[in-house]
Design a protein. Structure first.
Length: 76
């Protein structure tokens, strides 16, 4: 799976959101609400260079009901 440049990513140290600085690979959500980014990048807030997180709620289409949210996280 891919995290597009500019997509919201969250730091695993300070939990602040920031835009992905480049296109990066990530794990699938597999029904979970967060997935690990597989490429390293630096958090602009705290300077932590690590594999940060992408949250499903930050990138999924708006307006999905709970059944569609579950289906979306399974498929993505």
């Amino acid at each position: 799976m891919i995290v597009s440049e500019g997509s919201p990513v969250r730091c695993n140290r300070c939990n602040q959101k920031f835009d992905a600085p480049k296109e990066m690979n990530r794990n699938p959500f597999w029904g979970q609400m967060a997935a690990r980014v597989l490429d390293f990048c630096e958090c602009p807030h705290c300077g932590q260079t690590d594999n940060h997180w992408v949250f499903a709620a930050d990138i999924m289409p708006a307006g999905l009901n709970w059944r569609k949210v579950n289906a979306w996280t399974e498929a993505n």
